[in-house]
Design a binder for this molecule. Structure first.
Ligand code: MLT
Length: 300
């Protein structure tokens, strides 16, 4: 019998792949052989000697103490690509939100409640206030061409944007998947200097933390719109707020709210909903469980 501890709700589609005669699943079992986790922070957790593997139903592994796991011989799996479509769809939503003043417009419209027959006239008056540019023909820079970056680049290209991508470590799979119309930028700095929109799709590592900072904002085009659906720490928030005040950044949309960002004008924060779709949750759970089973039952 293998014991599996679940640290978050894991989709039934995945859990049902663990046969009941071989697996015991619970959220508080002692001495588990494997852990299934979504976003729970595992730093500071006690790892029992029984633990052989941790499977994360998601792409980023910054909620798992990887070095400690390696030292203890605990294998860590993640599910790259399994939620890429869910994230891509939210990034596209963010692209439109960054351009058209949809959020402000919705809030303003609510303030018209109670104005009765005057509403159409007021709408006519308010219309001009919430204008914003179209994305067609605009330059989009995609930082990071992994599973999500490639999907975003291809989709934006299909929407008529002029898309460039930058990734010094692109995989063969990603290279095959990237539309021929998406140009590879020679350097990050040259891409940042040219683009009207920038979207980040890199993992959070020591070398990517604060990768968009004062120096990088200084290179950007005035009025650039930035999307961050990867990890909040990739952008230096203090430098970002200064760049917004200086008129360099016209809009920042992120799936990672933090206290200093949530009430800043021209920043839209979303509560990390990128992979919060039933489809992504199912895909991640299935992939995570399959990896865990293979490892526990066959050692690979
Ligand atoms: C991921 O790392 O896969 C995404 O951030 C989605 C998530 O963790 O919910």
């Amino acid at each position: 019998m293998f014991k599996i501890q679940t640290l978050n709700n894991i989709s039934e589609k995945g859990l049902e792949l663990l046969p009941k005669d071989t697996y015991e699943i619970s959220n508080d079992c002692a001495n588990p052989d494997g852990i299934l986790v979504r976003s729970a922070k595992m730093h500071g957790m006690e790892f029992p000697p029984s633990l052989k593997a941790v499977a994360r139903a998601g792409a980023g592994v910054n909620n798992i103490p990887i070095d400690e796991c390696s030292e203890k011989g605990i294998v860590v799996f993640n599910t790259p690509g399994a939620n890429a479509n869910g994230v891509k769809e939210l990034v596209l939503t963010g692209l439109f939100l960054s351009s058209r003043k949809i959020v402000e417009g919705i809030q303003w419209t609510k303030s018209l409640k109670g104005k009765g027959d005057e509403v159409p006239k007021l709408v006519e008056k308010g219309k001009g206030e919430f204008a914003g540019p179209e994305i067609l023909g605009k330059k989009l820079g995609v930082i990071g061409l992994g599973a999500i970056g490639v999907l975003v680049a291809n989709a934006a290209n299909a929407l008529g944007m002029d898309v460039q991508g930058y990734d010094p470590y692109m995989s063969i799979d990603a290279a095959w998947g990237l539309s021929r119309d998406v140009h590879r930028a020679i350097s990050l700095d040259s891409m940042l200097a040219e683009c009207d929109y920038i979207t980040i799709h890199v993992p959070l590592l020591d070398e990517t933390k604060n990768m968009l900072n004062k120096e990088k904002f200084a290179l950007m085009k005035k009025g650039v719109r930035i999307l961050n659906f990867s990890r909040g720490e990739l952008v230096n928030n203090t430098d970002l707020i200064e760049a917004i005040k200086a008129g360099i950044v016209a809009s920042y949309v992120t799936d990672f709210p933090s206290d200093e960002l949530i009430d800043v004008e021209n920043i839209i924060t979303i509560p990390h909903l990128g992979a919060s779709t039933p489809e992504s949750e199912d895909n991640c759970a299935v992939m995570a469980v399959e990896q865990l089973r293979n490892y526990l039952e066959h050692g690979n």
